[in-house]
Design a protein around this ligand. Sequence first.
Ligand code: FA5
Length: 341
Amino acid sequence: MSDLKAQIQGIRDAFNQALGQVEGLKGLEELRNHYLGRKRGIIKDLLTDLRSAPKELRPELGQAVNRLKQAVEAGLSEKLEALKSNVSSSKEDGIDLTLPGIAPELGSLHPLNIVNRDLIRIFERMGYEVAGASEIETDFYNFEALGLTKDHPARDMQDTFYVSDEVVLRTHTSNVQIHLMQEKKPPFKAIMPGRVYRKDADITHSPMFHQVEGLVVGEDITFTDLKGTLEHFLKKLFGSDTKMRLRPSYFPFTEPSAEVDVTCIMCGGKGCRVCKNSGWLEILGAGMVDPVVFQNVGYDPETVSGFAFGLGVERVAMLKYGISDIRMFFDNDLRFLSQFN
Ligand code: FA5
């Protein structure tokens, strides 16, 4: 009798110890089977042993086994609740839920797309439409119609990738001007972003780069309109303190033409390494549309006038973010790109 009682107590102690060491649901299930299993469980064995105990002691021993069974069941369900509510301490199937999660890597806009969108947005707010054309272009749209005849020395200004004698990878977005003017009647104003190509490669020049072209055509469009538009644009882009200046220049498709400078965004115009101590940075080319271009698209230069401008997106992005090597935009190095999140 006392043997069986001592055995029951031993089982209870062993169960409590094992229960304390259980760490997960799988271990708990194993413990349940070990003690309460219908065929080979410890308590089932005890009940079998009970049958051979003296008859007069059986009720008391039976009660003791029942109490053990209830204690085991209570212990198991208590532990189950604890494991469920404290999942953070659970280690199931090799997954440690206490470890910090692995955050998914979020993509972000490429810095050139950020700048491109900013540029477009500024002009859209001024009522410009957005237009585009093919990057593979005929000689006519890329050169001829813009006043760059076959023997024109200014063709050398843009080192060209030729697909064939008459087909090129466009060297600028000015080709879109011609398509647009052929398709539309004035007045209109449009902005034309896109990829362009030149045989040109160093730390500030890339064989593929992006330009944004602007074109405004109508009656009585003057150089003052050009100046006011660019001033507004550059202040929106670089800040309201930005100043602008125009220098006489030459483009075959504009007359007069100008290079447009802004006060250096690094030093505010005082002079630094970036602006080579001049206080100014060249930012875009512009001018009044040459009457020859209007004639080439069938417009009457006596009744319409207009202005055009073009800038390099990489150049703006390099200035805005202080990037010294243009190749960083195209290396696809995540250490660089993730800084623009
Ligand atoms: C032009 O391409 C003219 N079509 C711009 C224009 C349009 C003038 C309308 C007047 C009226 P330019 O060759 O200067 O101009 O190029 C414009 C800008 O493109 C440059 O200021 C520069 O920022 C950028 N650029 C030129 N070549 C490269 C290159 N290889 N890599 C990166 N950016 C370049």
